[in-house]
Each structure stands twice: as structure tokens, then as C-alpha cells.
Design a binder for this molecule. Structure first.
Ligand code: UTP
Length: 296
């Protein structure tokens, strides 16, 4: 069993090109697209904070500077709000600011893949286990956040922890799929992983939903990781190598994940999050039903 150190740091890889959401993502990073009234990245940072993360590491790229600005003070705007006594709005802005010194930004100059983006965070993370949150995957539906549940399981299991969810069998070929072994706490040991298995060959219907707790040895493996699927340096390929040396445990998340990097996932996320809001649901529920009825 690998030594259990506290999960203090989280990596947010935000350097991808977002080609599935063009033209919207030509000039606006997909992580800054809005779900109800917050950019997608805010949901994921809030999730990490709820799980006890103390340091937020953003791996950014070309055209992503606005993400750094979003987590910085906006002096003129705040001054204006103060002068106009817009205190609620001012508090809203203050609340989203990470504490001084708790956010780091590094660059992935060329988007060579998720594995490469995570590797770019190696010096900031250092020699300790850390979380990775894919910022375009956001979740609803459980009474605690996905990463919080993972950290609780990690406190029992140690090692590496991946969040998984069940998908319809006919959709398994789209995802990274894990093969389950013995039960561990409220999760199970992972004995194998396959990235996008050929239709009908998947070892289970549990897909990796975009949340990871990884041991720092992953960086050594990523350093020499050759390109894989899509000609990109894949995180899954290095995780498969790490699986031969260390334990991996799956945390079955009981909520719903939305892939906001895809148009359908983004629209569904907006509907799901809006319908959960007491201030918005009454305004949209009726009109939504009308639209569906009219469209047939
Ligand atoms: P995706 O495959 O969703 O990202 O990667 P993408 O390349 O931006 O999207 P499409 O497929 O072209 O629409 C998952 C996560 O990994 C990040 C992305 O920003 C996203 O959050 N990523 C991906 C990087 O940071 N760097 C990369 O080289 C690739």
C-alpha cells in the first residue's frame, strides 16, 4: 500500500483546443462558457475547494489568458460597484478569488494531449499525490461533490483513485473504461483499463468521468510517454503503466456528469443546473414544456 499523504493540490488542464465546440470556442475558451450564470471552470474550482484542495494549478495555453484574469482582482469594476453600493455583486466577485498565493498558472505551449498537459504541472505539484479535474466535465445529483467522495475513499484506500460512472453499454466505446476487481470501502479495485474499447469488447460499463487522484510517480511515466490515440500523449496510457506498480481504486459517483465540451452536454448541463435553482426553475419550467410541445 502506498503511503497516504493529504491531497492538497489540484491540476486543471485548460489548454485544449475545444474543436468540438467551434465556432464558440474560437475566441472564448470552452472553460469560460457559461452554465446558467457561472463559467464552467468556476463549478470545477468550487468542487475542488469543497474537497479540501488548498492549491489550484491551471495548465493554460494560447488564448486562455482570460481564465487567469477571471481569477484575478478586477480593480475598476470593483471600484465602480463600491461607488454604486452594489454590495451583493461585490461579495460575489470577492468570493470567487482564490486566496493570495494559492493559484498557479503554467503553460502547455503546444496541446500535445491531456497526459502532456498534466506533466506540465510536475514542478508545481512536486512529490505528493494530487487531484486532476477535467474542467469541461461538471456534475450534479449527489449530496456531496465527486472529488470530496473520492478523497474520502482515498483516505481508506490510499494509492490512486478514479471516479467512474455507469454508461449505456452501446456508448462504452466513447470512453476510458475500467475493469472491476474486489470491493474496497464504497468503491472497488481497478484491475485493468481500456481507452475507447471496440464496440462490445468493454470489460464493464464503468467509464472514467474526468476526476483523478494520482500519485506523483505518474510524472516519471508521462515524461517518456509516447503518443497514443488521436496522436496525443494520453493520460490513460501512463495510468495503465502505473497500474502495474500501484493500486488503483474506483469511486462510483452516484450523480450525473455533463461533458460541456460537447454541444449536447453543454445544453443539457444548462438545463439541469437551471432546473435545480429555486430562483430560475419557476421561470423556465413552463416555457420549456411549451417549447417541447410546440416542436412536437
Ligand atoms: P478534450 O479532449 O476534451 O479537449 O480534453 P480538447 O482537445 O480541448 O477538446 P476537443 O476534443 O478539441 O473539442 C480533456 C481536457 O484536457 C485538456 C482540455 O482543455 C480538456 O479540459 N487538454 C487536452 C489540455 O489541457 N491539453 C491538451 O493538449 C489536450
Amino acid at each position: 500500500m502506498v503511503e497516504k499523504k493529504k491531497i492538497r493540490k489540484a491540476v486543471f488542464p485548460v489548454a485544449g483546443l475545444g474543436t468540438r465546440f467551434l465556432p464558440a470556442t474560437k475566441a472564448v475558451p470552452k472553460e469560460m462558457l457559461t452554465v446558467v450564470d457561472k463559467p464552467v471552470i468556476q463549478y470545477v474550482v468550487d468542487e475542488a475547494a469543497e474537497a479540501g484542495i488548498e492549491h489550484f494549478v491551471f495548465v493554460t495555453g494560447r488564448g486562455k489568458g482570460v481564465i487567469e484574469d477571471y481569477f484575478d482582482i478586477q480593480f475598476e469594476l470593483e471600484q465602480m460597484l463600491r461607488e454604486r453600493n452594489k454590495n451583493a455583486e461585490l461579495t460575489l466577485l470577492t468570493n470567487i478569488l482564490p486566496k493570495a498565493g494559492t493559484a498557479s498558472f503554467t503553460r502547455q505551449q503546444v496541446p500535445l494531449g491531456l497526459g502532456h498537459a498534466v506533466w506540465c504541472a510536475r514542478d508545481i505539484v512536486g512529490d505528493e499525490p494530487f487531484a486532476v479535474l477535467l474542467p469541461d466535465m461538471i456534475m450534479t445529483g449527489d449530496n456531496k461533490s465527486c472529488l470530496k467522495g473520492m478523497v474520502e475513499l482515498y483516505d481508506q484506500s490510499g494509492g490512486n483513485v478514479l471516479a467512474v460512472e455507469e454508461c449505456a453499454p452501446e456508448l462504452a466505446h466513447r470512453y476510458g473504461i475500467v475493469a472491476p476487481g474486489e470491493e474496497i470501502g464504497n468503491g472497488f479495485r481497478i484491475i485493468d483499463m481500456v481507452e475507447k474499447p471496440a464496440k462490445g469488447t468493454q470489460p464493464s460499463n464503468y467509464f472514467i468521468n474526468g476526476r483523478y487522484i494520482l500519485q506523483p510517480e505518474i510524472f516519471t511515466l508521462l515524461e517518456t510517454q509516447e503518443r497514443g490515440a488521436g496522436n496525443e500523449i494520453q493520460l490513460t496510457d501512463s495510468m495503465l503503466k502505473l497500474l502495474k506498480q500501484q493500486d488503483f481504486t474506483a469511486y462510483p459517483f452516484r450523480g450525473e456528469t455533463y461533458d460541456t465540451g460537447a454541444k449536447d452536454g453543454f445544453i443539457l448541463a444548462n438545463l439541469a443546473f437551471a432546473l435545480q435553482r429555486e430562483d430560475i426553475r419557476p421561470l423556465i419550467e413552463g416555457p420549456l414544456k411549451d417549447i417541447i410541445a410546440k416542436m412536437g
